[in-house]
Ligand binder design. Structure first.
Ligand code: ADP
Length: 193
């Protein structure tokens, strides 16, 4: 198994690069943002609760997202590996993920951090809001999401750096070029399918 965390601020390109990686390496994509939006569209209790936080640009409580990831790991015992996208977003989530994977006899192999300057992030998110109509891509909510990211999520990279698993990649440039850089980092762990 090969388990990768794709890490970076909102708008850094995690979703785009995840789809490239799934196709090339046959990994299972677990995006907590997508899972939460799916709960919202099905109007589940979890979705209705999560929506309040998401619409304000705040993080959804740890227990909610940890529970969701735990179920998805159980549902995919045959996976070649997982790409975690948008998770873990707090150090508590990182510790919980380590425990969940340990119970399955595996672990996180690498965290790839996509580095993008703040001004570029804001522009990308505003553009995405205009195109996709995502309700959390407006100026005020974007500002909150970046504040949450700096305060609660950035420390997650230190957690994995201490384990020697952090790789930084420049997230500005052509999508293909960035994908090439990511591939270069992971090819010693897993071959394309
Ligand atoms: P982006 O990467 O563009 O910020 P996501 O789709 O990953 O967007 O997340 C959208 C929102 O969903 C976040 O702002 C947050 O409210 C919620 N969310 C997603 N993943 C998590 C998580 N792991 N922990 C807490 N909240 C989360």
């Amino acid at each position: 198994m090969f388990n990768l965390i794709l890490f970076g601020p909102p708008g850094s390109g995690k979703g785009t690069q995840s789809s490239n990686l799934i196709n090339t390496f046959g990994l299972k994509h677990l995006s907590t943002g997508d899972l939460l939006r799916d709960e919202i569209s099905r109007e589940t209790r979890l979705g209705l609760e999560a929506k309040k936080f998401m619409d304000a640009g705040q993080l959804v409580p740890d227990a909610v997202v940890i529970g969701m990831i735990g179920s998805k790991l159980d549902e995919n015992p045959q996976a070649r590996g997982f790409i975690f996208d948008g998770f873990p977003r707090t150090t508590a989530q990182a510790e919980a993920l380590d425990n969940l994977l340990q119970l399955k006899g595996t672990n996180i192999h690498m965290l790839i951090s996509l580095e993008v300057p703040e001004e570029e992030l804001k522009q990308r998110l505003l553009l995405r809001g205009a195109v996709s109509g995502r309700s959390d891509d407006n100026e005020e909510v974007i500002a909150n999401r970046i504040v949450e990211y700096r305060a609660k999520t950035e420390p997650v990279s230190n957690y994995y750096e201490a384990q020697g698993k952090l790789e930084r990649i420049k997230g500005v440039g052509e999508v293909e070029e960035i994908f090439g850089a990511i591939k270069g980092k992971i090819e010693s762990f897993i071959l394309p399918q």
